[in-house]
Design a binder for this molecule. Structure first.
Ligand code: ZN
Length: 301
């Protein structure tokens, strides 16, 4: 297997799997791409069917105050996507349109709205957990669009993508046991689809020099794991599934408690659906009809 960013991107485009739109990391998806993505998402649903997760759906935007309360900008200002709109007068509106129509910058004529693009699939759910959790804790699953400002020629690095997310809240024991169970389950699922997946400790792309310290602490405490599959590089495999243990970070921020009055702990895991889909195309070829029968039977049930 040869790994090359450009030839993989070109292959996805040539087979109608992705549709370039002129902006890096924001391509369209063709019907075959979407079919594989939906089939994988359904495989995750089947695997977790008996877990009893509550199913939520959120829009791609979240309350700006959520981003502020979790101090997102302390760590990831470079990835943030805040939504701005026009609040001015009729005369200012004419000036705005004139600037845009003549190719001049117009961003400074806008003002900030109350929403931001959601930068992490699990963020919208934590405020809804406020209060005392039931004895068994809470488990929620969502399929959310996520925004990160990382334009890149790598097809696996997108500005806008979908994550199939699970969030667990409860006591530290409940949360860690659940995270460890899913770490093995996620690895087994991807390997069962013929992907050379492996799990590894990971850290988030914290901003700046101070970010290195945070990333090291995250690794030392084993708070983040990823399941990785080579898609565009053998040496630098792509994270297709991410497991995060937040300890009491969200519990203390949003007032989530367990029955004994302690601050709840939370963990989440997310499958990057476009990335898993691309890993399958890389491993088995651009035409799903020619994929190995056992892989097809696991997805198209
Ligand atoms: Zn999450």
């Amino acid at each position: 297997m040869e790994y090359d960013i450009q030839s993989f991107y070109d292959g996805l485009v040539a087979h109608g799997l992705i549709i370039p739109v002129g902006v890096q990391g924001a391509f369209g998806r063709g019907a075959v791409f979407e079919d594989v993505l939906e089939r994988f998402n359904e495989a995750v649903s089947r695997l977790s069917h008996d877990d009893g997760a509550e199913v939520y759906t959120f829009p791609p935007v979240i309350d700006r105050s959520v981003l502020e309360r979790v101090h997102y900008l302390d760590s990831f200002p470079h990835l943030c996507g805040a939504i701005h709109s026009f609040f001015g007068t009729a005369i200012q509106a004419l000036a705005l349109a004139e600037r845009a129509n003549s190719g001049q910058p117009w961003g400074e004529m806008l003002g900030q709205t109350g929403v931001v693009l959601n930068p992490a699939a699990c963020y919208p759910v934590y405020p809804s957990f406020a209060g005392t959790l039931p004895a068994q804790g809470r488990l929620v699953t969502m399929l959310n669009w996520v925004y990160r400002h990382e334009p890149s020629p790598e097809p696996t690095r997108m500005q806008s993508f979908r994550v199939r997310e699970f969030v667990r809240a409860g006591t530290p024991d409940q949360v860690i046991e659940w995270r460890d169970m899913w770490l093995q389950r996620g690895l087994d699922l991807l390997q069962s689809l013929g992907l050379p997946a492996k799990a590894d400790l990971a850290s988030d792309p914290f901003f700046g020099r101070g970010g290195k310290v945070l990333a090291n602490a995250q690794r030392e405490q084993k708070l983040k794991f990823e399941v990785l599959v080579p898609v565009i590089s053998l040496d630098d495999p792509t994270a297709c599934c991410s497991f995060n243990y937040h300890q009491d970070h969200f519990g203390s921020t949003f007032g989530i408690n367990t029955g004994d009055g302690a601050v709840a702990h939370t963990a989440c895991l997310g499958f990057g659906l476009e990335r898993v889909t691309m890993a399958l195309f890389k491993q088995h070829g651009f035409e799903p009809k020619k994929w190995p029968a056992d892989v097809r039977s696991k997805l198209w049930q």
